[in-house]
Design a binder for this molecule. Structure first.
Ligand SMILES: Cc1cc2nc3c(=O)[nH]c(=O)nc-3n(C[C@H](O)[C@H](O)[C@H](O)COP(=O)(O)O)c2cc1C
Length: 139
């Protein structure tokens, strides 16, 4: 099985969280790449079985959360990945609010169901999150 983690990060928190997710997938024996949205090329995704896509939370702290423009631009380059497992992730300070709904809207028509949503204030992948990822891998 192959994994792919794609992140959009301004200050490094989402990059770190993406790297933690990637490291865990490797622990679970998935051959995994971790790439920024700027590095991503369509061919990277074609042979992945599970894809995690993440952006930092942009909004007005309690309202109107959405992914940053760079992440939205990246989703336009995505091919149809309905045959792959998909997870979303974000880092935030106060509240993620409409973030996942907004991300999902941008991916509409390209993906099947979103199997897992992960959010973090610390960029550290917790044991509970590891178990949730493990469950998705086993499905
Ligand atoms: C312009 C701007 C808007 C933000 N809006 C929110 C928000 O609505 N809710 C929230 O919890 N955090 C918000 N944040 C905090 C970031 O989402 C958070 O610091 C995130 O971890 C940054 O990720 P990065 O280090 O990968 O860039 C905002 C930060 C910035 C710079």
């Amino acid at each position: 099985m192959k994994g792919l983690v794609i992140y959009n990060s301004k200050k490094g928190h989402t990059k770190k969280y993406g790297e933690e997710i990637g490291e865990y997938l490797r622990e679970k024996k998935l051959d995994t790449k971790v790439l920024s949205v700027a590095e991503f090329k369509e061919k990277d995704i074609l042979d992945a079985d599970i894809v995690f896509m993440g952006s930092w939370t942009n909004g007005m702290f309690l309202l109107f959360q959405h992914p940053d423009k760079k992440w939205v631009d990246f989703t336009r380059k995505l091919p149809d990945i309905k045959n792959k497992k998909v997870g979303l992730f974000t880092t935030y300070n106060v509240a993620t609010g409409s973030m996942f709904k907004s991300m999902e809207r941008k991916l509409k028509g390209k993906i099947s169901d979103i199997m897992i949503e992960l959010k973090s204030k610390t960029s550290i992948l917790t044991d509970e999150e590891r178990k949730r990822i493990e469950f998705v891998l086993s499905e």
